[in-house]
Design a protein around this ligand. Structure first.
Ligand code: GLN
Length: 471
């Protein structure tokens, strides 16, 4: 097994047993970045010098008996995460030269756990997008077929993990930006419960929807990372004083019999036949592994996209007001088309005379969508659904038609509106060789259940040939 392909768990074991050093592991990832980044454009900044310095430090700490959970592990950060002394662009030319004076809480936690920060990944500017094409630093490409999009907005983070440029990476999910690229790139993506992970020091998109999560090669690694990043933060009032479970440990518990809900609205019009077929196959695997399934209804799903595309731009227009060229960044002309579109739309729906008709109505619909989930979770433990109605599409295919692009978010925005967690896991490939994932949704703070189901699926499919594929 190549060093750069290792999971966090395997890499940590190898480091502890002195089979290799963090410097060797980090160099293996850096080599891959050098080789593939000119084509895939997954990184905006590569921190070669800093990473090697941190790797050397980690190796020394290891010799001195330090057992921090991420000691020496190369991790990439979406370029929305503020990093002290390292340029942070949010994928936008507005912040092209911004070097933050502090680390985001999550970055600090990862560093404290011993992680080696290998670089800052490409993303749609301000996290606005579903394809990775809205970045002012050029589109990210899908490693499985470079004519296709990798999914957005956390495009580079998903690509970096899928193509072994790092061991794990971070992302943000406001309406699907972790789950969608995870499913398009064949990696595990976690969008935790709203507030589970601090947003402090992460460039805000839509503050009532933003969730901070990550990409990993396995569900077990996702559980480990969340146990490090989650928790109350005095700098973010939306993080509750709720104890953080030992997620990796809970994965060793005896498997439970659980009831999984299949929302009928997610299988209606517009869903690609191959997505339906692969999802149905995944459900039959889950049925064999201890789980029962039951059809459920989330009746307000059809209004989710309309609701999201009112609330989200409203919050975007408010958050982007600070980039006025006086306090941060360049002048407002530097904003790209998508950011301008959202600022205009949001300003409009919040203006007097239109507020009641749009924003207030959308907030009411949001409550109905949340209630749909509350009702469902009275009868099921988790929900299984496709991540997206279609597999990845060709670069350029939807970029000139924003409404068509927004439709790809139809199955993901609901979890953000309701503040519930979602775990995207790989389930196979289309005949064209493009990866497909499903999402496991659960009640707020039920991440342990999602990990349990995700891991059971991984175990049940571990010998299938598609698991061995590499981009
Ligand atoms: N694709 C959605 C949007 O464009 C979600 C983005 C995100 O989750 N950051 O708004």
């Amino acid at each position: 097994m190549k060093l750069r392909s290792l999971t966090i768990k395997k890499a940590t074991e190898g480091l502890k047993q002195k089979k290799f050093s963090s410097v060797e592991l980090t160099k293996a990832c850096l080599e891959k970045i050098k080789k593939l980044n000119p084509t895939l454009n997954a990184f905006i900044s590569v921190c070669e010098e800093e990473a090697l310095k941190d790797a050397r430090k980690a190796d020394k700490a290891m010799q001195n008996g330090n057992t921090s959970p991420l000691l020496g592990i190369p991790i990439a950060l979406k370029d929305l995460f503020l990093t002290k002394g390292i340029r942070t662009t949010a994928g936008s030319k507005v912040l092209e030269n911004y070097v933050p004076p502090f680390d985001a809480t999550v970055v600090k936690k990862l560093k404290d756990a011993g992680a080696v920060i290998i670089g800052k990944t490409n993303c749609d500017a301000w996290a606005h997008g579903s394809s990775g094409e809205n970045s002012d630093f050029g589109p990210t490409k899908n490693p499985w077929n470079t004519d296709y999009v990798p999914g957005g907005s956390s495009s580079g983070s998903a690509v970096a993990v899928a193509s072994d440029m790092c061991t794990a990476s971070t992302g943000t999910d406001t309406g699907g930006s972790i789950r969608l690229p995870a499913s398009f790139c064949n990696v595990v993506g976690l969008k935790p419960t709203y507030g589970r992970v601090s947003r402090y020091g992460i460039v805000a998109m839509a503050s009532s929807l933003d969730s901070i999560g990550h990409f990993t090669k396995t569900v077990e690694d996702a559980a480990l990372l969340l146990s490090i990043t989650a928790g109350n933060d005095s700098m973010d009032a939306t993080t509750p004083q709720k104890q953080v479970p030992d997620y990796p440990k809970s994965l060793n518990r005896k498997p439970r019999e659980l009831m999984l809900g299949i929302p009928k609205e997610y299988f209606l019009t517009g869903i690609d036949p191959e997505i339906k077929e692969l999802t149905t196959k995944a459900l039959s695997v889950l049925r064999v592994s201890n789980y029962h399934t039951q059809e459920i209804s989330l009746p307000h799903t059809e209004y989710a996209n309309a609701c999201y595309y009112i609330i989200q731009p409203a919050e975007v227009s408010s958050n982007l007001a600070r980039y006025d060229g006086i306090r941060y960044g360049f002048r407002r002309e530097t904003f790209g088309d998508e950011a301008k579109r959202r600022i205009m739309l949001g300003t409009y729906t919040l203006s007097s005379g239109y507020y009641d008709a749009y924003y207030k109505k959308a907030m009411k619909v949001r409550t109905l969508i949340t209630r749909d989930f509350d009702e469902a979770f009275k009868i099921v433990d988790a929900i299984i659904a496709p991540v997206s109605p279609t597999p990845a599409w060709k670069i350029g295919e939807k970029i000139d038609d924003p409404l068509k692009m927004y439709l790809s978010d139809i199955f993901t925005v609901t979890a953000n509106l309701a503040g519930i967690p979602g775990l995207s896991i790989p389930i196979g490939f289309t005949k064209n060789g493009l990866p497909v994932g499903i999402q496991i949704l659960g009640p707020q703070f039920a991440e342990e259940t999602l990990f349990e189901i995700g891991k059971a699926f991984e175990e049940a499919t571990q010998n299938e040939t598609w698991r061995k594929r590499k981009p």
